[in-house]
Ligand binder design. Structure first.
Ligand code: SF4
Length: 212
């Protein structure tokens, strides 16, 4: 089931480590890190569910908390995060073609994925695998964005409808179609394909469902 996606990630110069279940993820991550490493992370349910957030905040490492200045939107913290050794997050979707699909509102996460941190480690559950980029962006509209707006208590159309408002008009809306809410969390759209810096991004692909 995973052979194709693993091969295609490697073809795109993205490292892949397979984890048989979510309980194995923390020890895999521990093996990638070194004491005192500067680490940060995006907001991610996947990281919490597999224990990685607890590990990177354990005190063994120099964890930079993006919320440490209160509102989570303090630019100096985000500039500091771009200089860290390791950045942890999940991905909104992973295509069979080995592309990582991510959509952000504030864009700190997609900035760090594409530029800055020396290493990016993504914890990706099997529920994130989709056929192609189009399905990946639809996954954001159908699953990731509605559930995240509920989690973050954001008043958006999708937090009430359970799907993006753009799906009210069409089953296949354009990638950037959506609401005009000031709380909109879909603003910038990133497809990470072939990487120049081989091995900068590592995907830990987990044979379990994680996050949304
Ligand atoms: S564009 Fe608006 S309604 Fe659509 S998923 Fe994003 S936040 Fe929700």
């Amino acid at each position: 089931m995973y052979e194709n996606v693993i091969q295609n990630l490697k073809k795109n110069n993205i490292n892949v480590i397979f984890a048989e279940n979510k309980e194995k993820v923390s020890s895999i991550v521990e093996g990638l890190l070194f004491p005192g490493a500067t680490i940060s992370s995006g907001g991610s349910v996947s990281l919490s569910e597999c224990g990685v957030l607890d590990l990177i905040k354990s005190g063994k490492y120099n964890y930079i908390d993006r919320n440490s200045n209160g509102d989570g939107k303090t630019s100096n913290i985000f500039k500091e995060i771009l200089d860290c050794d390791f950045y942890f997050c999940s991905s909104n979707a992973l295509t069979e073609n080995g592309e990582l699909i991510n959509v952000d509102g504030f864009c700190n996460r997609i900035s760090a994925i594409s530029f800055g941190p020396k290493k990016v480690v993504m914890i990706v559950g099997k529920n994130k695998i989709v056929k192609d980029a189009e399905q990946g962006f639809l996954r954001v509209k159908r699953i990731a964005a509605p559930l995240n707006t509920v989690r973050l208590c954001l008043d958006t159309p999708c937090s009430k409808l359970g799907h993006c408002i753009s799906l009210e008009k069409s089953d296949t809306p354009g990638i950037t179609e959506g609401c005009a809410s000031k709380n909109r969390i879909c603003r910038n759209y990133l497809i990470s394909g072939m990487q120049n810096d081989s091995g900068r991004i590592t995907v830990i692909l987990v044979d379990d469902c994680l996050g949304y």
